[in-house]
Design a protein around this ligand. Structure first.
Ligand code: PHB
Length: 394
């Protein structure tokens, strides 16, 4: 452990222990690392809004301790910068918790720090299965590619689709999606005729569209990180004539996330996805969640999977603070939420005690226009889906 880190930790423990021992109210700081600027700023903005909706509904104190969120901007996948920000949060800000993370490499980079500092890290998005294997301090409230892809591949096989091409961003979650799809679809009797891996920073998708056409596939399975990348890919699919050719478009729901639907327009219509959250989810709790969002921010149009990832992640952090009485004890905090079950705007959630990832309902959705507005309409549900990728092949 570095000297600065150890010194800061002693400081953090001392401050909090004083507060708890003398029944003085302490301030528990939670550091959130996410893109708040640049092309993926929607992710950070929706994390922040998800936290604020939770705090508006449940208050800003837990057992007399005030919960304060500190936001650090990391505009892209940049593991070195992620580690530096986490170090700063731990050493300078003396946070008791780390949270956020849109991109997998940024979440992975902090594993040694959260281990050394014994600080829980609640992941609001980063979706590669292996992350939670890298430290016992990780807990994740989003989804994994395995979790969304297994039910999707089974559904596609049941539809009688025989030949599929996969097209994924060439990094952790994309490779998980490709692996999960191929394993599940081929087991169900289908054939993956080509596996296309696209550089994470691709902006020109025309060459990949040609390869998809040439593959002879009836359908594609596509994963890219939600934002400008998914938008450009889905548009290129239409503009290069793949939709007109009758190739069916499937993927995890990142590709049709709500904030992008107005820009996607008719290109989104008919895309079939599996995902953990749709703004159109029909439940009282989701209606209340959206209403509070609208009350606070004037609109709920951008509410998406990253909003609920953060909202539910905040719930988990509150439970950890409650269980530790505000004291800094990462081991006890994580133990306390293993097996925890609750109702979310997306449906029922439970933290699997082994993977520390949420078991949840995955929905089959189709993107369509309703009353003039594009939405992801849930048409079937697959309850109690675990992270099929946790220690897959180990
Ligand atoms: C990830 O890097 O894990 C990631 C990013 C964006 C998504 C999904 C997964 O939409």
């Amino acid at each position: 452990m570095t000297r600065t880190l150890r010194g800061a930790l002693l400081g953090a423990v001392f401050t909090v222990a004083l507060g708890a021992g003398s029944a003085m109210a302490a301030t528990i700081k939670v550091g959130v690392i996410a893109p708040f600027s640049g092309p993926f700023a929607t992710a950070g903005q929706t994390f922040k809004q998800g936290i604020e909706v939770y705090q508006a509904q449940h208050g800003k104190t837990v057992g007399g301790n005030t919960v304060e969120f500190i936001f650090k901007d990391l505009d892209q996948a940049n593991p070195a910068q992620s580690k530096a920000l986490a170090q700063e949060l731990i050493v300078k800000e003396k946070v008791g918790y780390i949270a956020g993370f849109f991109f997998t490499p940024d979440a992975l980079a902090v594993a040694p720090l959260i281990d050394e500092a014994n600080i829980p890290c609640v992941i609001f998005n980063a979706a590669t299965s292996a992350i939670t294997e890298k430290s016992p301090r990780y807990v994740r409230t989003s989804f994994t590619l395995w979790q969304n892809t297994v039910p999707l591949a089974e559904h596609m096989a049941k539809q009688g689709i025989k030949k599929v091409v996969t097209a994924v961003s060439d990094y952790g979650p994309g490779i998980d999606g490709e692996t999960a799809f191929k394993a599940t679809f081929e087991k169900a009797g289908g054939q993956v005729v080509d596996t296309i891996r696209m550089p994470l920073k691709s902006t020109d998708f025309a060459p990949f569209m040609q390869r998809i056409k040439d593959s002879g596939a009836e359908a594609i399975y596509a994963f890219l990180p939600a934002g400008p990348t998914t938008l450009a890919f889905a548009k290129a699919f239409n503009e290069n004539g793949l939709k007109d050719k009758g190739i069916k478009f499937f993927g995890p729901g990142d590709i049709t996330q709500e904030p992008d639907l107005p820009a996607l327009g008719d290109a989104a219509v008919g895309i079939t996805t599996t995902f953990n959250y749709s703004q159109a989810h029909d439940s009282e709790m989701n209606r209340q969640f959206l209403a509070k969002h609208k009350e606070l921010f004037g609109s709920s149009d951008n509410v998406t999977f990253t909003s609920v990832g953060a909202y539910d992640g905040t719930h988990v952090i509150y439970k950890m603070i409650e269980a530790t009485g505000g004291k800094s004890d990462g081991t006890k905090a994580v133990e306390a939420v293993k097996g925890m079950a609750w109702e979310s705007p997306r449906g029922p959630l439970k933290i699997d005690p082994n993977s520390r990832h949420v078991t949840q309902t995955i929905y089959l959705r189709v993107t369509e226009r309703k009353d003039g507005k594009l939405q992801n309409t849930e048409i079937a549900s697959f309850p109690d889906q675990p992270d099929y990728g946790y220690k897959a092949g180990k």
